[in-house]
Design a binder for this molecule. Structure first.
Ligand code: PBG
Length: 351
């Protein structure tokens, strides 16, 4: 009977005493030569993170002169609109290109239809107007989805247990227009309904907002890493069930390409993969396949993990932050939405 033992293909390592002298190895390539000093490492460096790569997501609340910490996101606060303006001025001074705005909606204003999303004086609209007036050159990204406004915490309208697709899309178009009228530069649908990009594009163009960009949360997964965000916008307690009938299955990769392709065909100017670090393979495939402006969202849970470990002294927070952000560039992302944006911009400025 033939032995089923596979033949060893690789010779075992020689013991230290058997190791050949360097000259006997006759190595043509010694990759360490290019790492021997700081100048050499800089010279051969393939990727670089700059402040131009950062989009800063912030949370806004009602009131004045108010900042309120988000417990599960150390270092992140919710800003009243006036404080958000100050934060925006700081971001602009650091040359961060854009900010994304998320509301903590008063629970009393949440209803099953997410009506507050269409109110022209809602928090996001007020923040957009105030920031645009004070810092006109800062890009403003607004999220299109109903979850911060619905009493059930879902991104869409519900009938029974179902999340209604086409009915939701009709509302999302109105929400997008409401944000565009308030001065949003980039509409970012994060709801994962089918067909929303085309509908929003048509809606914007129909009202003369053809210059407003769309950054599609194209490949957005049903992820455990959104936990702290839901804390920040107050949907943790309200959310009934989960979002697995509209957000993607974390097991899928080809499906991400189909989602991204569809959003590009529907008119997305920029596409996004979310979450970030656990999905770098998707970022790379999307960039290689489509060559479009591609973004990644380093989500709340990723931020919380790094901050928690840093606070415990388990890792060097600044180094872990910059290494994780550089990883997005290496994977092919053009930019990153990150709660670290200000801290990263400061670290990059200070060298
Ligand atoms: C809402 C939305 C979510 C995030 C961005 N937009 C949460 C969700 O889908 O439940 C997550 C961001 C983060 O975790 O930092 N549609």
């Amino acid at each position: 009977m033939p032995s089923s033992e596979p033949k060893a293909k690789i010779a075992p390592f020689p013991s230290r005493s058997e190791a050949p002298a360097a000259e006997k190895l006759g190595l043509t390539h010694r990759p360490r030569r290019n790492r021997k000093s700081e100048w050499a490492r800089r010279l051969v460096r393939e990727n670089v993170l700059t402040t131009n790569d950062l989009i800063w997501p912030i949370f806004v609340i009602d009131g004045e002169r108010r900042t309120e910490p988000v417990a599960s996101m150390p270092g992140v606060v919710r800003y009243s609109v006036d404080e958000a303006v100050r934060a925006a001025e700081n971001a602009a001074a650091l040359r961060i290109p854009a900010m994304a705005i998320f509301p903590y909606t008063d629970p009393g204003l949440r209803d099953p239809h997410g009506s507050e999303a269409l109110h022209d004086q809602n928090l996001v609209c007020r923040a957009c107007r105030a920031i645009k007036a004070a810092v006109p050159d800062l890009g403003l990204v607004t999220d299109v989805a109903l979850d911060p406004y619905t009493s059930h915490g879902h991104d869409g309208l519900m009938r029974g247990e179902d999340i209604l697709n086409d009915e939701t899309v009709a509302v999302l178009v109105k929400q997008a227009l409401n944000q565009a009228r308030a001065g949003a530069d980039v509409i970012a649908p994060s709801d994962m309904m089918d067909g929303r990009v085309a509908a929003i594009r048509a809606g914007l163009d129909g009202e003369g907002y053809e210059h407003v960009q769309i950054m599609a949360y194209a490949a957005k997964y049903a992820s455990a890493f959104y936990g702290p965000f839901r804390d920040a916008v107050g949907t943790n307690k309200t959310l009934i069930g989960d979002k697995r009938t509209y957000q993607m299955d974390p097991a899928n990769s080809d499906e991400a390409l189909r989602e991204v392709e569809q959003d590009i065909l529907e008119g997305a100017d920029m596409v996004m993969v979310k979450p970030g670090l656990p999905y770098l393979d998707i970022v790379r495939r999307v960039k290689d396949t489509f060559g479009q402006p591609t973004f990644a969202y380093q989500v709340s849970g990723e931020y919380a993990m790094i901050m928690a470990a840093a606070q415990n002294g388990w890792l060097d927070g600044d180094r872990a932050m910059l290494e994780s952000l550089l990883a997005f560039k290496r994977a092919g992302a053009d930019g990153v939405l990150t709660y670290f944006a200000v801290r990263a911009a400061e670290a990059l400025r200070d060298g």
